[in-house]
Design a protein around this ligand. Structure first.
Ligand SMILES: [Mg+2]
Length: 83
């Protein structure tokens, strides 16, 4: 993730005073929870169906991937890791 994107995410968090909730353990849990939300979009679908999803489902999947990416950026920031 680009440092400019990471900065935007951290600024967004800090403007809402959410840092107090974003310790590494909570962020790791959040990544798994969001990954579950991503996976829910594929529940009971075949491989072929997963390649031909309706557009609203694809949009929802994009939102869950964004949630995961944001929490990955946050935990990397909190642990001073350069991905
Ligand atoms: Mg989500």
């Amino acid at each position: 993730m680009l440092s400019s994107q990471r900065k935007r995410i951290i600024d967004f968090r800090d403007q809402r005073d959410w840092k107090q909730f974003h310790d590494p353990k909570n962020l790791a849990e959040a990544i798994i929870i969001e990954a579950g939300e991503l996976l829910e979009n594929f529940l009971w679908k075949t491989t072929e169906e997963s390649r031909n999803l309706p557009s609203d489902t694809v949009t929802a999947i994009g939102e869950e991937i964004a949630d995961i990416a944001i929490f990955v950026a946050m935990i990397a920031h909190e642990m001073d890791l350069d991905l």
